[in-house]
Design a protein around this ligand. Structure first.
Ligand code: SAM
Length: 213
């Protein structure tokens, strides 16, 4: 499915978020990455979050299991090490990274709890995690979000070549835990100082946490 989405992925991101995803990525990276850090961007897709971590001065590894996504990522940076692999069985040693980022990726993991434990395993004690994910807004924005999700995204998916695969999006967002529940899962996976802030009128959550000692 992600191989099929790859050709339209960046355009869809810009259209669906009205360009705001760039700002969210910068915020996520600022929370977790310090210059000189060894950084893993898991589920890196076409690489935008990994590139942002590189701009911040990180020595970055981007990992994804979709080869078509990685092809596009490779065109964006030759300095980042792009690795094809499974986020549920990361090909890295324990405590290898100072920071781990995931942008719009954890929602897609077959086993969320196992995925979070795996992210924790490769972080050094005291290392920082930042997770960006779509979430269902409450309050005023809720009806607009439903129109966006149930009407506008499927229309964009029909217009753009390969966009049909976007029909997966509404269902995956509905079954994903809300921000408080995701915080609890992060704590259960071994992260401390877990916090989240809502962005995009409450439609995106940025969770941060620190691996315990
Ligand atoms: C919605 S895209 C997000 C891409 C990118 N992180 C971003 O911020 O735009 C989700 C990505 O997660 C990848 N993915 C999903 N499950 C994965 C897994 N188990 N291991 C590695 N990559 C995975 C997909 O191939 C896809 O590229």
């Amino acid at each position: 499915m992600f191989d099929r989405i790859a050709p339209v992925y960046d355009v869809m991101n810009r259209v669906m978020t009205m360009g705001l995803d760039r700002r969210w990525r910068r915020l996520a990276v600022r929370e977790a990455v310090w210059p000189g850090d060894r950084v893993l961007d898991a589920c890196c897709g076409t690489g935008d979050l990994a590139v942002e971590a590189e701009r911040r001065g990180g020595r970055v590894v981007g990992l994804d299991f979709s080869e078509r996504m990685l092809e596009r990522a490779r065109r964006k940076s030759g300095a980042i090490e792009w690795v094809q692999g499974d986020a549920l069985a990361l090909p890295f040693a324990d405590a290898e990274f100072d920071a781990v980022t995931v942008g719009f990726g954890v929602r897609n993991l077959d086993d969320l709890e196992a995925g979070l434990r795996e992210l924790e395993r490769v972080l050094r004690p005291g290392g920082r995690l930042a997770v960006l994910e779509i979430t269902r807004p409450r309050g005023l924005l809720r009806p607009f979000f439903r129109v966006w999700l149930d009407v506008l995204v499927p229309i964009a998916g029909k217009i753009l070549p390969g966009g049909k695969a976007y029909t997966y999006l509404p269902a995956s967002i509905r079954r994903f835990p809300g921000p408080e529940d995701l915080s609890r899962l992060l704590e259960a996976a071994g992260f401390g100082d877990v916090r989240f802030r809502l962005l995009g009128g409450g439609s995106v959550a940025l969770h941060t946490g620190v691996r315990g000692q």
